[in-house]
Design a protein around this ligand. Structure first.
Ligand SMILES: C[S@@+](CC[C@H](N)C(=O)[O-])C[C@H]1O[C@@H](n2cnc3c(N)ncnc32)[C@H](O)[C@@H]1O
Length: 401
């Protein structure tokens, strides 16, 4: 357990904090701010706290669980000595594994109704091609599972590191790991993952219609970390997207100048900023009550990009089962886990056909510059289409845009 600053300094009451403030010259408010947010005091504050309390800066940092690169390199240098004084770590659960059975099975998948930390133990090392994880964001939301979504920051991060470790263990060499979260948490997780996997992308997905927060910038994106195990992914193939046009008048939104005729008729290269993932907000489209259901369009994109038919996908936070239904439609094997009620996931499979139709409508738009309907509409309006530039005698040389 990491300790809060006041625990390390043995400061408990308001009076003791005021006393420390007077002796160190660090204001009461700043001391409380460092303690509450588990932040390392800034250089001069840390120095004067260390001088006053005679607890060294290194001891404060180690106790708070905050390491800079200099401290890390010192710890590595003295690893043999340090490891001798550390108690052996005993993992009782590994000694007595609990055997779990899936609560639901389909042609391609199996779903565990359990805590992911327990169920992940059922999964073989190095066996999964693609992991997609959309955990609770610790934003004090209410879930059907009644999990505590309002943990102390340090506890949320520690818990996350545990399930991330398990995901890394089960991922195949060359497998891909996607972690969907709000940017705040992904700043911590990217640091953790950078020391364990290979960074591929920080993908930004635009959130339409989010709510403004007073005193802050309007939050307008989710972030999705994309890592792979080993130097490069076993499989990567991003869809190409249609060119953005005005939905009403169908004319170009960007000026491609004299390069229109050089554009790839298969569409635009996908970037790491996604504007076309719709939120699932309207209750008519939701598969379960409450928030936090992702669009099958997002899962389709991730699954297409980083897996092939017959691969195995794991999602440790089932929710309404978006990953599982998309994987099933796309003929990927899947392993699902959800701690809360799973009846809505199961009933989603009974109505799989309608989701298959939705997905195929989405997919009709990919890997071409304009959808079939847009091509017809543009031709009617005398606007260019990629066919405008294909002349029999002309050899088409695509460029990446
Ligand atoms: C953000 S939602 C996932 C939504 C999902 N991606 C979808 O599109 O429907 C997170 C889910 O994780 C579940 N959960 C929370 N803690 C869990 C745990 N320890 N093990 C398994 N599931 C957990 C919650 O009950 C919730 O349904």
């Amino acid at each position: 357990m990491k300790s809060q600053l006041f625990d390390i300094l043995s400061v408990k009451s308001k009076r003791e904090i005021l006393d420390l403030s007077q002796k160190t010259g660090v204001s009461y408010d700043m001391l409380t701010y460092y303690n509450t947010n588990n932040l390392l005091p800034s250089y001069s504050d840390l120095q004067s706290i260390a001088d006053t309390t005679r607890i060294s800066k290194i001891e404060i940092m180690l106790s708070m669980g905050i390491y800079d690169n200099e401290l890390i390199s010192k710890l590595s240098q003295y690893a043999t000595t340090i490891s001798k004084v550390l108690p052996a770590v005993i993992d009782d659960e590994k000694k007595h594994p609990i055997v779990l059975n899936p609560a639901f099975k389909t042609n391609f998948g199996k779903l565990y109704n359990a805590d992911c930390l327990q169920a992940l133990k059922e999964v073989e090392h190095d066996s999964i091609d693609l992991i997609f994880a959309d955990p609770p964001f610790n934003l004090n939301k209410s879930y059907p599972s009644n999990i505590d979504d309002n943990l102390i920051e340090g506890d949320y991060i520690r818990w996350s590191e545990k399930w991330i470790d398990e995901c890394i263990r089960v991922l195949k060499p060359g497998g891909s790991f996607f972690l969907w979260n709000i940017p705040k948490w992904n700043t911590y997780f990217s640091k953790y993952l950078n020391e364990r996997l290979t960074f591929r992308h920080w993908i930004v997905s635009d959130i339409k219609f989010s709510l403004p927060i007073k005193g802050k910038l309007y939050p307008s994106h989710y972030s999705m970390l994309y890592y792979c195990k080993g130097n490069k992914p076993n499989y990567f193939n991003a869809d190409r997207l249609p060119m953005e046009i005005c939905p009403k008048c169908k004319s170009d939104l960007k000026d491609y100048g004299g390069y229109k005729d050089k554009m790839n008729p298969l569409g635009i290269n996908m970037t790491d900023v996604w504007y076309d993932i719709p939120p699932v907000r309207h209750s008519k489209y939701k598969k379960r009550k409450g928030a936090n259901e992702l669009s099958i369009r997002l899962l389709d994109r991730v699954i297409e990009m980083a897996s092939q038919t017959g691969d195995t996908i794991l999602d440790p936070f089932g929710g309404s089962g978006t990953t599982y239904i998309t994987a099933e439609i796309k003929k990927r094997n899947w392993i699902g886990i959800e701690i809360g009620p799973i009846d809505e996931i199961i009933s989603r499979f009974a109505d799989m056909h309608s989701e298959e139709v939705t997905l195929s409508n989405y997919r009709k738009r990919y890997n071409k510059l304009f959808s079939d309907e847009d091509t017809i509409a543009r031709k009617k309006k005398g606007l260019w289409t990629h066919e405008t530039f294909i002349k029999e005698e002309q050899l088409f040389i695509p460029i990446a845009v």
